[in-house]
Write a protein that binds this ligand. Structure first.
Ligand code: SF4
Length: 407
């Protein structure tokens, strides 16, 4: 099988995976913009596959475009993603101070006929019905669309953040045609939220932290099973399993060598590990540039399966580096400081700073914490938190590092 311009698909996958994508883009040249979408769409078998999204009746691309980047200045990424079948687009009211949604609106303004191709996901930072209505209307206006496919409550930590009033709001929003499906995103206490949501009966979709570090935990496996049986569509995010410290995660030694021999990078292997679970409909990945987009698409098109030995290698690596990764189980550590320090959030900001290299975003998020929270952060005794942390994180030391780097 070959793709356009004579580059064989196998070569494409290997080049994008191992040698990096810069040279590929320059040499093969199939990714340049053109004003005609219809003429450029790839044959079906070179498009990212799809999977059913829970019981919604909708099939979504297994690779989703995470929108936490400067979309107004990167319209080419959206265009190329669509051409390769990445039709699940994710954003939030707060991403890039609203510029993420505005950038998607720029795209739909220029290519309105493409709206129906996209499974559009955005999120509300409000919890109260009036606030959700205000933010939903603003999202619709920014994105130049009449409806959102999947509307999520953003970053839930406990199931009591949704209630009967939320359900009534959701039913009204659906009947008005402004949203098609409803759910929440979470990177804290994911398993507990998923298990509780499976019992509610009115959650259509959940976007949660899910990667090779958490997927083997029995409670996460139970949570995925419960959601699947309840017909909830699952989207995995934070799929690279990056932690507050990037050094080890970027040099997986045995793991990296193993996957290079198979023809893809450890980053691509991390995606493939998630796709090994057929109950995960979509991997939502931040793809702010063509290099990452191309590499991820190569992984999505690659039909090589990870073996049990490959997955075991990843589990061994996860175990050996557990103290570099915060698993989001804030129900364990945050009560030990009376909920006065958002430990899980701060670990995530450190991840953005140290592993993602997104220093401005990390500092901006840290600055968004209440002043009293920041001012008191170093005054807490974290010894109990460290005792209950299953990952063995040196929480006190990391709070000091966060204050130094982000404050
Ligand atoms: S610091 Fe430890 S206990 Fe707290 S959320 Fe992270 S992994 Fe869980």
């Amino acid at each position: 099988m070959s793709d356009r311009k004579g580059l064989s698909r196998r070569d494409f996958l290997k080049t994008a995976g191992v040698a990096g994508t810069g040279s590929l883009l320059a040499a093969a040249g199939p990714f340049m913009p053109n004003d005609s979408f219809a003429a450029e769409n790839n044959p079906q078998n070179d498009r990212v596959p799809t999977r059913p999204f829970g019981k919604t009746g909708v099939n979504v691309s297994i690779l989703g475009l995470g929108g936490m980047f400067d979309i107004p200045s990167n319209q080419l990424v959206l265009r190329q993603a669509l051409k390769w079948g990445v039709t699940y687009w994710d954003t939030a009211d707060c991403y890039e101070g609203g510029n993420s949604e505005i950038g998607i609106g720029d795209f739909f303004k220029r290519y309105p006929e493409q709206r129906k191709e996209i499974f559009l996901v955005t999120k509300s930072d409000a919890r109260d019905p009036a606030g959700m209505t205000r933010l939903l209307d603003r999202s619709l206006d920014r994105m130049k669309t009449d409806y959102i496919d999947l509307y999520l409550i953003h970053g839930m930590k406990a199931i009591d953040e949704v209630n009967a009033a939320t359900r009534a709001w959701m039913e009204k929003a659906k009947s008005s045609g402004k949203i098609k499906f409803f759910g929440f995103s979470t990177h804290s206490n994911m398993e507990e939220l998923m298990l509780a949501a499976a019992k509610l009966g009115w959650i259509d979709g959940i976007m949660m932290t899910y990667n090779y570090r958490v997927m083997a935990k029995s409670r996460m496996q139970s949570a995925v099973t419960a959601c699947t049986e309840a017909g909830i569509g699952l989207t995995a995010m934070k799929t690279q399993g990056s932690g507050w410290f990037s050094g080890l995660a970027e040099s997986g030694g045995e793991m990296t060598d193993r996957f290079i021999k198979l023809g893809f990078s450890d980053k691509q292997a991390n995606l493939k590990a998630v796709w090994e679970n057929p109950n995960i409909a979509c991997v939502c990945s931040q793809m702010p540039n063509m290099s990452i987009l191309t590499s991820n698409i190569a992984a999505a098109l690659n039909q090589t399966r990870l073996s049990a030995a490959d997955l075991l290698t990843m589990q061994r690596y996860a175990h050996a580096t557990s103290s570099t990764y915060c698993a989001g189980c804030t129900r364990l550590c945050e009560p030990t400081v009376a909920g006065q320090a958002p430990i899980g959030d701060i670990m995530r900001y450190l991840m953005y700073h140290n592993s993602y290299g997104e220093r401005d975003r990390a500092r901006s998020l840290f600055a968004g914490l209440p002043a009293v929270t920041r001012d008191c952060l170093l005054g807490h005794d974290y010894s109990e938190a460290e005792k209950v942390c299953p990952q063995g994180l040196k929480i006190g030391q990391l709070m000091r590092e966060a204050t130094r780097l982000l404050g």
